[in-house]
Ligand binder design. Structure first.
Ligand SMILES: [Zn+2]
Length: 134
């Protein structure tokens, strides 16, 4: 996938952190940080940063070929319920297809997204791996 470098730079915060908007008026959570609650319109919000841990609630296997990232196929695209209580989409890596299941504990890590070409820029972002057991 070709990225616009200025846009990637401008949005860098959302590529490396999971920010959640918590509304202090209606109490709802919304994915990504914003200055207004998308449910009730209140500006009385608090931006919280997720610790990046959660549970896989659903997933699908994608064979969609993304330019610059052809070697990572098929791709596991999941819905992760973060421990903070909100469900967000995310790619699951470092796991065999047969081991992916609902209820899997996962955690966010920084991984390579794609590159422009073999000698071009490499873009990084958050993906999820099976949580390390403690
Ligand atoms: Zn609200």
């Amino acid at each position: 996938m070709k990225h616009s470098i200025p846009i990637f730079w401008r949005n860098r915060d959302s590529h490396y952190r999971i920010k959640i908007t918590k509304c202090n008026t209606c109490g709802k959570l919304a994915y990504f940080g914003r200055d207004r609650c998308p449910y009730c319109g209140s500006r009385n919000v608090t931006i919280i940063e997720s610790k990046g841990k959660g549970t896989l609630v659903n997933f699908t296997i994608s064979y969609y070929r993304r330019e610059g990232d052809e070697e990572h196929l098929p791709r596991i695209v999941g819905l992760i319920k973060l421990d903070e209580g909100i469900v967000i989409p995310g790619e699951i890596v470092d796991i065999d297809l047969g081991e992916v299941k609902e209820g899997l504990r996962v955690e966010a890590v920084l991984r390579r997204y794609s590159s422009d070409d073999p000698y071009g820029l490499i873009y990084y972002g958050l993906k999820f791996i099976p949580a390390l057991k403690k």
